[in-house]
Design a binder for this molecule. Structure first.
Ligand SMILES: [Zn+2]
Length: 197
């Protein structure tokens, strides 16, 4: 099957998220770091007037088991996220790449001639993690629940030893998870000794 391409020319039509592709979206400031650093570069749509960058991926591409670990998407979900299905975006046509056009396709100079318009989410998520670093740190994993932890919600706690032999250790969890499971932040020397520090 031939790879998908936008219609020829310099016009603009529309594309509906969830119809043929999922569309992941972030702020326009991601465009330059993505072009500079992406390992597996694909074209993206830059819509400066809407402060938006978008990438097309296969339907369901941000969910398991299409990606090695769905948390990779969760940890950058504050900066870039799939558009809800049914959201309509402007779709620039293939030759609409000049900087004076908005929206337009952004194609890395090395990709001229063999442009990919649909990203493999397994590569894209890693490249977007780098392209979002200027917006803030990625989220951390919570040891008590599957949700990402953003800096204002994080707390270090002692996870007690288990009868199974697992030793006590220091973990990062949500404040709310710490309260729910009655996990304490180490304070005294005895607390720190418990986790071997
Ligand atoms: Zn949690």
């Amino acid at each position: 099957m031939e790879a998908w391409k936008p219609p020829p020319g310099t016009g603009v039509t529309t594309l509906t998220a969830g119809e043929h592709w999922d569309i992941v979206s972030g702020p326009a400031s991601m465009s330059p770091p993505y072009v500079s650093n992406a390992f597996e570069h694909v074209a993206h749509i830059l819509h400066a007037a809407q402060d938006q960058c978008t990438w097309l991926i296969p339907l369901g591409g941000t969910a398991a088991p299409r990606t090695p670990d769905p948390f990779y998407w969760a940890e950058i979900s504050r900066y870039i996220a799939p558009l809800p299905h049914g959201t309509v975006i402007d779709l620039p046509h293939a030759s609409r790449t000049d900087a004076e056009h908005d929206p337009r396709w952004v194609v890395a100079p090395k990709d001229q001639g063999s442009v990919a318009y649909v990203a493999d989410p397994r590569w894209l998520v890693g490249d977007l993690a780098v392209a979002t670093l200027h917006l803030g740190r990625p989220a951390e994993r919570c040891e008590a629940c599957p949700e990402p932890i953003w800096p204002e919600d994080r707390v270090s706690v002692v996870i007690p030893a288990r009868p199974s032999g697992r030793v006590a250790h220091l973990a990062t969890v949500h404040r709310a998870c710490a309260e729910r499971h009655d996990l304490k932040t180490p304070v005294t020397d005895a607390d720190w000794a418990e986790v071997g520090l």
